[in-house]
Design a protein around this ligand. Structure first.
Ligand code: F6P
Length: 373
């Protein structure tokens, strides 16, 4: 019996998504004789029944292209903005899955996508997911596709900032994406030879950072590169966050929960522009001129690296093989050189952050990089 496979991409886009769509689609159709259909713009397109035929033509020539040919959105199945209010669209999504007689829905995405897929699994749908995110924070996989490309882009940016920082004897702070995980900043910071690396996992003390920069200055290095994760926190900010998160966990009633959520959101708002403020503070403390570069969406755009194309193809083709065996309810994780199905329930709700004993942290310290603590 021919199997019917639906594919969607959800959450922030990332390089390698098209390579993964191609890997799943080609293997499923040409190797396993399945029928494949795409849904546009993530779960929103599935809910609205907006489809795209993923035949040989559609899958040809996309391996090297960034973004996703299917489009994406951050819409959640159970909380979708419809006409100005949030609605639970689970039933409409399930109906469309059934309308297309799907045997399985493949969801390519990060933590939020895994959650949405698990929600659909609870409704009785067959789902399989792939880990995609430049943040590299999906649990139970060695790595997520998109990360390697973003790492290369951020590293090249740091390389380029070196010469201008050097010429002007400036502190250059470069803000790197990664949400609340420091993988991208730590990796690019080490590879690019940043003098200071600030990641969410290690709250920093601005006085320690200033001292490291002054010390370089005294040794004749009149410039410094500071790689700052978008989620980096000072020790004070981390303490405030811990209090609010503690309150959130202890809350019982709906209104208490709402209050705790609002307090968290207020903290987030306060932190907007934190790299700019840090730059001003370092200028005051060191007397060196400071400049900020925010890399932003550059890190998500453009052609995927060879490593991401390989990873996405490996996971995509393994996904097709698992479907042919009827293995559902799993995420296809990267393990060593291979791919391993891990229960989706074990992935959901977990975030893979940088462990404090990770070898990258040790390497950074050994080459005298200041981590702000
Ligand atoms: O998850 C990928 C990511 O680029 C994060 O690094 C960043 O915090 C976030 O997405 C930005 O989200 P959006 O695309 O919704 O602005």
């Amino acid at each position: 019996m021919t199997k019917y496979v639906g594919i969607l991409t959800a959450g922030g886009d990332s390089p390698g998504l098209n390579a993964a769509i191609r890997g799943i689609g080609k293997a499923a159709q040409t190797h396993f004789g399945m029928h494949v259909i795409g849904f546009r713009d993530g779960f929103r397109g599935l809910m609205e029944n907006r489809t795209m035929e993923l035949d040989g033509n559609a899958l040809s020539g996309i391996l090297t292209i960034g973004g996703t040919i299917l489009g994406t959105s951050r819409d959640k199945v159970h909380r979708m903005p419809i006409g100005g209010s949030m609605m639970d669209m689970t039933n409409a999504v399930v109906d469309n899955y059934r309308k297309h007689h799907l045997d399985v829905l493949v969801c390519l995405g990060g933590g939020g996508t895994q959650k949405n897929a698990a929600h659909l699994m609870q409704q009785g749908l067959n789902v399989i997911t792939l880990p995609k995110t430049i943040d590299n924070d999906v649990a139970l996989t060695d790595v997520s596709f998109g990360f390697d490309t973003a790492l290369g882009i951020a590293t090249e940016a740091i390389d380029r900032l070196h010469s201008t920082a050097h010429s002007h004897h400036r502190i250059v702070l470069v803000e790197v994406m990664g949400h609340n995980a420091g993988w991208l900043t730590l990796g690019a910071g080490i590879a690019g030879g940043a003098d200071v690396i600030l990641i969410p996992e290690i709250p920093y003390d601005v006085a320690v950072v200033a001292e490291a920069i002054r010390w370089r200055s005294q040794r004749g290095k009149r410039f410094s590169i500071v790689a700052v994760a978008e989620g980096a926190l000072s020790k004070d900010e981390a303490a405030a966050l811990q209090v609010v998160e503690g309150q959130k966990q202890q809350t019982g009633t709906k209104s208490e929960k709402k209050q705790a959520k609002a307090a968290l959101a207020a903290l987030e708002t306060q932190r907007a522009g934190h790299t700019l403020r840090l730059a001003r503070r370092l200028e005051e403390l060191t007397g060196l001129e400071s400049r900020v570069t925010i890399l932003g969406y550059l890190q998500r755009g453009g052609t995927p690296s060879a490593a991401d194309r390989l990873l996405a193809t490996r996971l995509g083709t393994a996904c097709a093989a698992l479907i042919s065996q009827g293995v559902y309810g799993v995420m296809v994780a990267a393990r060593g050189d291979g791919a391993k199905p891990v229960p989706l329930d074990d992935v959901v709700g977990k975030r893979r952050i940088v462990p404090l004993d990770h070898p990258w942290i040790e390497s950074a310290r050994r080459v005298e990089t200041c981590l702000g603590d």
